[in-house]
Design a protein around this ligand. Structure first.
Ligand SMILES: [Zn+2]
Length: 116
Protein backbone atom coordinates (compact mmCIF):
# COMPACT_ATOMS: atom_id res chain seq x y z
CA UNK A 1 0.00 0.00 0.00
CA UNK A 2 2.71 2.45 0.98
CA UNK A 3 4.64 1.54 -2.13
CA UNK A 4 1.66 2.44 -4.31
CA UNK A 5 1.42 5.86 -2.75
CA UNK A 6 5.13 6.37 -3.01
CA UNK A 7 5.08 5.60 -6.70
CA UNK A 8 2.32 8.09 -7.25
CA UNK A 9 4.10 10.85 -5.33
CA UNK A 10 6.97 10.70 -7.76
CA UNK A 11 4.56 11.87 -10.46
CA UNK A 12 3.35 14.82 -8.43
CA UNK A 13 4.73 18.29 -8.68
CA UNK A 14 4.62 21.01 -6.11
CA UNK A 15 2.86 24.21 -6.95
CA UNK A 16 4.88 27.03 -5.50
CA UNK A 17 3.18 30.03 -7.01
CA UNK A 18 5.28 32.61 -5.24
CA UNK A 19 8.46 31.28 -6.73
CA UNK A 20 6.91 30.23 -10.03
CA UNK A 21 8.84 27.01 -10.09
CA UNK A 22 7.74 23.42 -10.15
CA UNK A 23 9.38 21.14 -7.65
CA UNK A 24 8.88 17.41 -7.52
CA UNK A 25 8.27 15.54 -4.28
CA UNK A 26 11.68 13.95 -4.68
CA UNK A 27 13.35 17.36 -4.98
CA UNK A 28 11.42 18.65 -1.98
CA UNK A 29 12.43 15.69 0.17
CA UNK A 30 16.06 16.20 -0.83
CA UNK A 31 15.78 19.87 0.13
CA UNK A 32 14.40 18.96 3.56
CA UNK A 33 17.06 16.29 4.07
CA UNK A 34 19.69 18.94 3.41
CA UNK A 35 18.08 21.11 6.10
CA UNK A 36 18.50 18.34 8.64
CA UNK A 37 15.16 16.55 8.44
CA UNK A 38 16.93 13.28 7.94
CA UNK A 39 14.49 10.81 9.49
CA UNK A 40 11.00 9.67 8.50
CA UNK A 41 7.65 9.78 10.22
CA UNK A 42 4.64 7.59 9.41
CA UNK A 43 0.93 8.03 10.10
CA UNK A 44 -0.65 5.90 12.82
CA UNK A 45 -4.37 5.65 13.51
CA UNK A 46 -5.83 8.18 15.94
CA UNK A 47 -4.02 11.20 14.43
CA UNK A 48 -0.63 10.03 15.60
CA UNK A 49 2.80 9.87 14.02
CA UNK A 50 5.51 7.28 14.50
CA UNK A 51 9.14 8.32 14.42
CA UNK A 52 10.73 5.62 12.31
CA UNK A 53 14.13 6.26 13.85
CA UNK A 54 13.24 5.49 17.49
CA UNK A 55 9.76 4.01 17.07
CA UNK A 56 8.06 6.46 19.41
CA UNK A 57 4.38 7.11 18.58
CA UNK A 58 2.96 10.48 19.56
CA UNK A 59 -0.14 12.57 19.01
CA UNK A 60 0.23 15.29 16.40
CA UNK A 61 -0.23 17.75 19.29
CA UNK A 62 3.32 16.88 20.27
CA UNK A 63 4.71 17.38 16.77
CA UNK A 64 6.37 20.60 15.65
CA UNK A 65 5.87 21.43 11.98
CA UNK A 66 8.67 23.48 10.41
CA UNK A 67 7.78 23.36 6.71
CA UNK A 68 4.74 22.41 4.65
CA UNK A 69 4.93 21.75 0.91
CA UNK A 70 1.78 20.95 -1.04
CA UNK A 71 1.65 19.09 -4.33
CA UNK A 72 -1.06 18.54 -6.84
CA UNK A 73 -1.27 15.98 -9.60
CA UNK A 74 -0.33 16.82 -13.16
CA UNK A 75 -3.39 15.25 -14.66
CA UNK A 76 -5.91 15.04 -11.85
CA UNK A 77 -6.29 18.01 -9.46
CA UNK A 78 -7.91 15.64 -6.95
CA UNK A 79 -4.56 13.91 -6.60
CA UNK A 80 -2.81 15.85 -3.91
CA UNK A 81 0.04 15.18 -1.56
CA UNK A 82 1.76 16.99 1.21
CA UNK A 83 5.27 17.02 2.61
CA UNK A 84 5.81 18.11 6.19
CA UNK A 85 9.16 18.74 7.81
CA UNK A 86 8.61 17.92 11.47
CA UNK A 87 10.24 17.17 14.79
CA UNK A 88 8.94 14.86 17.47
CA UNK A 89 9.37 15.12 21.25
CA UNK A 90 12.07 12.46 20.87
CA UNK A 91 14.20 15.16 19.24
CA UNK A 92 14.38 13.55 15.81
CA UNK A 93 13.81 15.80 12.81
CA UNK A 94 12.32 14.20 9.75
CA UNK A 95 9.76 14.27 6.97
CA UNK A 96 6.22 13.01 6.73
CA UNK A 97 4.69 12.59 3.30
CA UNK A 98 1.09 11.74 2.61
CA UNK A 99 -1.36 11.69 -0.24
CA UNK A 100 -4.79 13.10 0.36
CA UNK A 101 -8.02 13.45 -1.55
CA UNK A 102 -10.56 10.81 -2.52
CA UNK A 103 -8.08 7.94 -2.47
CA UNK A 104 -6.14 9.00 0.59
CA UNK A 105 -5.13 6.68 3.36
CA UNK A 106 -7.45 7.23 6.39
CA UNK A 107 -4.57 7.41 8.90
CA UNK A 108 -2.90 10.08 6.78
CA UNK A 109 -6.15 12.03 6.54
CA UNK A 110 -6.47 12.02 10.32
CA UNK A 111 -2.93 13.28 10.77
CA UNK A 112 -3.29 16.03 8.19
CA UNK A 113 -6.65 17.26 9.41
CA UNK A 114 -5.38 17.40 12.98
CA UNK A 115 -2.45 19.55 11.89
CA UNK A 116 -4.50 22.10 9.95
ZN1 LIG B 1 12.46 9.63 17.32
Amino acid sequence: MMRAYRTRWFELRAVRVSEAIMETMVDAIARMRAEGFVYDFAAVDGARLRCLQCGRVVSTDAITVFHTVRFEGNSNPDDEAILLAVAGPCGHHGVFTGAYGPTADPDTNEVLSSLH
